[in-house]
Design a protein around this ligand. Sequence first.
Ligand code: NOJ
Length: 556
Amino acid sequence: MTTRHPTPPTTDDDWWRSAVVYQVYVRSFADSNGDGVGDLRGIRHHLPYLRDLGVDALWLTPFYTSPMVDGGYDVADYRDVDPMFGTLADFDRMITDAHALGLRIIVDLVPNHTSDAHPWFQAALAAAPGSPERDRYLFADGQGPDGGLPPNDWESIFGGPAWTRVPDGQWYLHLFDPTQPDLNWRHPEVREEFLDILRFWLDRGVDGFRIDVAHGMIKAEGLPDVGFNSMTTGRRQSELLGKGRLPYFDQDEVHDVYRAWRPVLDSYPGGRMAVAEAWAETPQRLARYIGPDELHQAFSFDFLDATWSADSFRKVIDTALTESTIVGAPTTWVLSNHDKQRHVTRYGDGPQGLRRARAASLLMLALPGSAYLYQGEELGLPEVLDLPDELRQDPAFLRTGESRDGCRVPIPWDGELAPYGFGPPGGAPSWLPAPATWQALSVAAQTGVPGSTLELYRTALRIRHDHPALATDAGEVVWLDTDPGVLAFRRVAGPAALTCVVNLSGAPVTIDGYGTAVAASAELTPAGTGHVLPVDAAAWFDEHRPTGGLTVGSPG
Ligand code: NOJ
């Protein structure tokens, strides 16, 4: 039996349109029991930190029962919590507290594949070829005289063939690790099961879902070859992600799935939403996942992928805003997540990377729509590049040599010794070690320090929440004329206006007087009626506020 939990904190059904959502990578956020792995009680304990930071919602990465081969994206039981992370009762207490603090909770749903430990897959292995048990997955006969070659040339996103052979000679499809068999979404039982899983978590009070591999569930009929792969031509099929068409992604029929989900979400009070992790050939095709009869949002990864230049950012912002106007849903901005190198490091690492990351954050938080923050970006954490290979756990590492572990290192909270308050004193070492340099980046080390990255985020989130021109997704982006290499735009709501200026030109620039500086990623120098904006810096100007809580200083 499930218990209907209190509905979310306010009745504003459109909360997600301009929300700041904080991604919690559960096993790396906070460890309450000293086993070296983050858990739900750890999150609950730190909810006041997140409320004070100023975010609106949390997205929790999978915490369900899982062998944890792919960090929990290999689910064995969609309706339970893995003991490593706690219990369903811990989840209920956590969501109750979150709602009491005004924070909403989004959970991760993994519908493209299960774990091979899922009872359905175990039943499929035990059953014969052609059986109903096998039909819930994508089993096929191989090619060649004895069926010894995979059914087609599809390649796993984690490298190597997307097919694995079972002892009776059939093959099954796994677009990711072999322990993550793809489900057959043309099977009615699969569709029913996920409608039920949605209801299970909605009944527990969740405010939304992040849909993993939302573009993947339907595969082209007949499973046609792509025509190349890294085994035959040395070119990986995954290069086409977000740029081209693949027969296993973004098939038109996948939209039927979301059209069946939306009425379920809409039948609950409080604005329950879903955000797609989807990759499509063009922004236009990505926009097809969004709308009143499908999903509410899709991440705009083009923004994350933009290079450090005014032209590159301007182009992706304009395209995303145009698409969002067409589909009537605001853009969903993101700079970092648990799959991508942290943006401090992408932008050059060291002092330059941090300067740029701080500026990019002010840019993102001034745009209309919602913004997804990845835990630790508010601390300016870089990617950890020197993890010893034997500690790396990303299944892709063994197959491709590429690893996502460096952005998954546990959060430094306080203290002088690793793991810097991630776990209780005397607990086990954290599952990935934090570098010694992170002592100075901990929450405690940055709290109350003017100019620290944490205080910059707190200031920016407070202004975004309070300023009429930022608090809604409705305000247009009005681009202003500037020097080359400088982006400046104004958000306007009635008499209130906020201008965001970003210097990507490679040299300090003198900018016009746009009003009172209320947030800046680096120290501004007054110049005439305006300011000098340092290299790789951004600032926000309020035209009406006579004095402002200016956050300045060197990146800390
Ligand atoms: C996307 C998730 O973000 C990633 O971490 C995971 O490995 C794949 N989907 C497969 O579920």
